[in-house]
Design a protein. Structure first.
Length: 168
């Protein structure tokens, strides 16, 4: 899995973890790296993890990791204007916590930017983002954040999240 070979983890056991992660994800075809400004996410079937954010509390036996979701996956890429007038909210950041084999999620931020559409023969064939900034707070203009959180919870591959967190 070449995506893990280039990824720099901040722990001493990064090579060992990379090998464990490769075994866990060997059945998945859609694995890629997503770079947003200065952050790197490893995406497995569109579930994108910031492995540098991983934390484990031995006292409470609680695992935590940050994940990001592309709103294009939910056809919401132009639904929410950034409250800072710097484009649309393109990605939502979530903190995922595993405790007592139960997962909870919390929206902790968002990325804003503009959508770039590529054309060929006068037809749109792809779209991407020009990300302007990542904000580390819940977007105030999304009034249904609880619904978004529930959508994220249903959308992620819960079994894979549990395996990845426990493999550390």
């Amino acid at each position: 899995m070449p995506v893990f070979a280039d990824n720099e983890f901040e722990t001493e056991n990064s090579l060992l973890y990379s090998k464990k992660l490769s075994k866990l994800t060997s059945n998945y075809d859609n694995i890629y790296e997503l770079n947003i400004l200065d952050k790197k996410y490893v995406c497995i079937n569109n579930n994108c993890y910031d492995f540098n954010s991983f934390r484990y509390n031995k006292l409470t036996k609680t695992y935590k990791i940050d994940m990001i979701v592309d709103l294009m996956n939910w056809d919401m890429q132009e639904k929410y204007q950034s409250p800072h007038n710097d484009g649309y909210i393109s990605y939502l950041l979530f903190n995922v916590k595993l405790h007592a084999n139960k997962i909870s999620v919390k929206c902790t931020g968002y990325a804003s930017g503009n959508i770039l559409v590529n054309y060929s023969a006068d037809k749109a064939y792809s779209a991407s983002y020009n990300i302007v900034k990542i904000y580390r707070n819940k977007p105030a203009n999304i009034k249904n954040i609880k619904d978004i959180k529930n959508l994220f919870y249903k959308w992620i591959d819960i079994q894979l999240v549990k395996k990845i967190l426990k493999a550390w």
